[in-house]
Write a new protein. Structure first.
Lengths: 285, 317
């Protein structure tokens, strides 16, 4: 996909996120907006996904011979749902059901509602890197050459289980695994530096045996380039530190951790949407 | 009354080891994982035959559960093995979200459950695991009674699609069930028929219930002894059929009374056929270091204790 088209898609996704959380006055816009460019790049440009003759995605739980993705920091479900819908996994209009009774779009992603595109429940933090490692191991056992991607938060790096998985993946030579950390330096209670400083994540992962790379997560071209050059050594997993701005795309949200888990009110929503005009050919859900 | 005899004693964990070794030959999707306890879980034969299908996770149980959930994606059947304490309480949230809620085909296989772990003491003697696991939606919970039943259960859970908690133990105990049995998940086994009292027993307490039945028989009391090897889904029909005949029940398990098999039995009876129930189990206390036999005696998990509770419950009829 052309870079301009990817950027247009990202704008539509950001509008989805804002409208979804505003509609139910709950959910997590900050991290969702910050990770939008990454999700769009991953689903529309980087991953090799199974599609039918019409170009619509085919979803099955096993995901054999296609690249698969896990969201570990499940609270940024709005961006995940919007990108899955816009990639064709389910109708875009279903985004209107987010967090409502009987919806497949639960507050945090789940397999329980059989939403196409979701392969694991997440929300309780720290578990996704282990799950992705298991899926990567499964692909290696199956002789499946495709890749596994997982996104985590930087606050999430405070969970102990992450570091169990951090030892496991390089020791098991899971070179088909690319993990990404959303480094927005913010979590519910404040900045990550103040809450419980992660210190040097790059040095830590390098010491654990990962190939470590960094990228500007709100620069579409750089995200694509960096993701595509990961996984060069078949025996070494890749960890990408993705520098993002929480709330990117909405001026009054940028860099303010208060928007981690707060929805905009009606006026704030209007103001935000005015700053994110749809391009020709794109529509809101 | 049917007499049960045995020619040898074996540990139930070795029944698991034999079962997974057989699965190693018969089912190429089965993967064995452990958290630094391959020897204790009797995985040697599986590992020897299938080195590529064995995953040593090191002392990192939370990661082992997550990796197991991931392995199911792509069609593998992971058997995650460690001591019952580390297989449940330590990783409850990982099991809850990545396995049970996500409904992954993970088999959590837990040895050294209960007091009979012995000298290591209370840190390792989990008595709450059945309760924790049975509360999880989607989870099947199995607690077999001897070597042969554990082996058969191990084979059966590989055929069942969905999360399973399989609990077994360390001590050598009589082998009294048939070697060629087929294990039916959720189907209670009538060990002995009687009209005076129902004894619902599981795990290591089944042999104690059989011995209790013999003592009671000498005193003219006929016990209906039912082995509830599957704690969940519970064979409610078997429980109700037995109690409708006997009018009272005793549960027997190597587990905390809170949350155990007895709780499940009492709930069924309270809802459908109220009847007096007494419990043989651990009363809201941690264990301690000693030999398994000393602990079973001190904490009242013996045939004599079952006999005592039977008399108490019959008096309440």
């Amino acid at each position: 996909m052309e870079i301009e088209q990817l950027k247009s898609t990202a704008t539509a996704v950001r509008r989805d996120i804002l409208r979804m959380v505003a509609a139910v006055n709950s959910g997590h816009p900050g991290g969702s907006l910050g990770c939008t460019d990454f999700f769009v790049a991953l689903y529309f440009e980087v991953m090799n996904r199974k599609k039918d003759a019409q170009g619509n995605p085919i979803f099955d739980m096993d995901g054999r011979d296609e690249d698969i993705f896990f969201l570990s920091n499940g609270h940024i479900s709005p961006v995940f749902y919007s990108v899955l819908a816009r990639a064709g996994y389910f109708p875009v209009k279903e985004l209107a059901t987010f967090r409502k009774l009987d919806s497949r779009l639960q507050g945090h992603p789940t397999t329980a509602e059989h939403l196409p595109g979701v392969r694991i429940a997440s929300g309780s933090l720290g578990q996704g890197l282990s799950v992705a490692s298991g899926a990567a191991y499964s692909k290696k056992l199956n002789g499946d050459k495709s890749h596994v991607y997982v996104l985590m938060g930087d606050g999430e790096q405070q969970e102990g289980q992450i570091w169990e998985a951090a030892q496991f993946a390089p020791n098991k030579k899971l070179g088909n695994l690319t993990a990404v950390i959303d480094l927005n330096h913010a979590q519910i209670d404040g900045t990550t530096d103040n809450v419980n400083n992660n210190r040097s994540l790059a040095d830590k992962y390098r010491a654990f045996g990962w190939f470590v790379d960094e990228m500007e997560g709100n620069d579409m071209a750089e995200v694509i380039k960096t993701l595509k050059k990961a996984q060069q050594d078949p025996d070494v997993p890749t960890m990408i530190l993705m520098h993002t701005e929480m709330g990117f795309g909405v001026d009054y949200m940028v860099g303010n951790y208060k928007w981690h888990g707060t929805a905009p009110n009606a006026d704030q929503l209007t103001q935000a949407l005015n700053g994110l005009p749809l391009t020709v050919g794109m529509e809101d859900y | 009354m049917k007499k049960y005899e045995y020619t040898e004693k074996k540990d139930t964990r070795s029944g698991f080891g034999a079962g997974i070794a057989e699965l190693g030959k018969s089912n190429p999707s089965v993967i064995a994982l452990t958290a630094d306890l391959a020897g204790s879980l009797k995985l040697e034969a599986f590992i020897k035959d299938n080195p590529d299908r064995f995953i040593q996770c090191g002392i990192a149980e939370a990661n082992m559960i997550g990796v197991s959930a991931g392995l199911t994606i792509g069609g593998h059947i992971p058997f995650a093995t460690t001591f019952a304490n580390f297989a449940t309480g330590r990783v409850y949230d990982q099991i809850r979200q990545s396995v049970a809620y996500s409904n992954k085909n993970v088999k959590i296989c837990a040895s050294h459950a209960g007091l009979t772990l012995g000298e290591d003491g209370a840190t390792h003697q989990i008595l709450e695991d059945l309760g924790m696991m049975k509360m999880l939606p989607n989870m099947t919970v199995i607690n077999p009674c001897d070597y042969n039943q554990t082996k058969a259960a191990t084979l059966a859970i590989a055929e069942h699609v969905g999360p399973v908690y399989l609990r077994f133990g360390r001590p050598v105990i009589p082998v009294f069930t048939p070697a060629d049995q087929k294990f039916e998940i959720g189907k209670a086994w009538t060990v002995n028929e009687g009209k005076d009292v129902s004894i619902f027993c599981t795990g290591h307490l089944v042999w104690e219930a059989i011995k209790a039945g013999e003592i009671l028989s000498e005193q003219g009391i006929e016990a209906d002894i039912i082995n509830i090897h599957t704690i969940k889904p519970l064979d409610e029909e078997a429980i109700l059929a037995s109690v409708k005949k006997t009018g009272c029940a005793v549960s027997a398990e190597e587990h905390m009374i809170n949350g155990g098999l007895g709780d499940s039995v009492a709930q069924v009876l309270a809802r459908y056929y109220p009847a007096p129930v007494e419990y043989v189990g651990v009363h809201d206390t941690f264990g301690e270091s000693a030999t398994p036999d000393q602990l079973m005696e001190k904490y009242g998990l013996t045939a004599d204790k079952i006999v005592e509770q039977v008399k108490k419950v019959i008096a309440r009829k």
